[in-house]
Design a protein around this ligand. Structure first.
Ligand code: HEM
Length: 213
């Protein structure tokens, strides 16, 4: 018989961080495209308007990242447990999960090998992606962005990194990697038992948990 229970999966600070961060990153990508290619893209009127909005979205992303880090690192103390893949995840978990997403999901012959719980929310593929995004790409994009926003006071730091062109180049490449993550993230998020099953806990906190008994 199929049983359905509700579990509280995504606490409020995580939901606030996630949607502020999503709005901020999408705004950064669109304004960043205009700043990088002003001869082809003009969505926000002037170049100055695009820069002002880019800076504001950057500050929103940096503050919401601080909220995410503080909540998971200091309050919940779950950062490593939830986000860092174990040796087992890397040895076999990633392959098993990839086989499910790329093959069994379509044939319907096997169910998802990962079962979500508040202390083990992510499957090995999610852990691998999220750890790189949240502990490498986002912090580096914030640091390089903060340097570019404060060229005068941070002139010595800038020289250390190879000058404004190098820092701007690194910032752009990191942003491209973050931009590439978005469609994959969106697609994988729709692969629950219904297309919006994973969106619901990201909005309400609660997940309808299905299990066969
Ligand atoms: C329009 C943009 C976005 C949408 C629609 C979206 C959607 C979702 C959904 C449905 C989930 C829950 C399912 C899951 O755990 O995979 C989720 C979780 C997550 N997303 Fe996004 N996302 C967006 C943007 C982003 C961005 C820009 C980042 C990071 C730079 C991000 C990072 C994460 C992380 C780390 C989680 C797990 C959060 C946790 O429970 O600790 N998302 N997202």
């Amino acid at each position: 018989m199929e049983m359905q229970e509700r579990i509280y999966l995504t606490p409020t600070p995580v939901r606030i961080w996630h949607w502020l961060n999503a709005l901020g990153i999408v705004t950064l990508c669109v304004t960043g495209a205009q700043i990088r290619f002003p001869e082809y893209i003009n969505i926000f009127g002037t170049y100055k308007a695009a820069i002002r909005l880019h800076h504001t979205a950057g500050i929103v992303v940096a503050l919401s990242f601080a909220l995410w880090l503080f909540y998971y690192g200091v309050i919940a103390k779950m950062l490593t447990k939830l986000y860092v893949p174990t040796t087992q995840d890397l040895k076999s978990g990633v392959i098993r999960q990839a086989l499910y997403y790329f093959f069994y999901y379509f044939t319907g012959t096997k169910s998802n090998p990962h079962e979500e719980s508040p202390t083990n929310k992510f499957n090995p593929m999610q852990k691998g992606a999220y750890v790189v995004i949240m502990m490498v790409l986002v912090p580096l994009v914030i640091i390089t962005g903060a340097i570019l926003m404060n060229l005068e006071p941070l002139r010595e730091v800038l020289v250390l990194f190879g000058g404004v062109r190098v820092v701007a180049g690194i910032h752009f490449l990191l942003a491209c990697a973050l931009g590439a993550f978005l469609p994959t993230h969106f697609y994988l998020a729709t692969l629950g038992h219904t297309p919006f099953a994973h969106f619901k806990p990201m909005w309400t906190g609660w997940e309808d948990h299905h299990s066969d008994h």
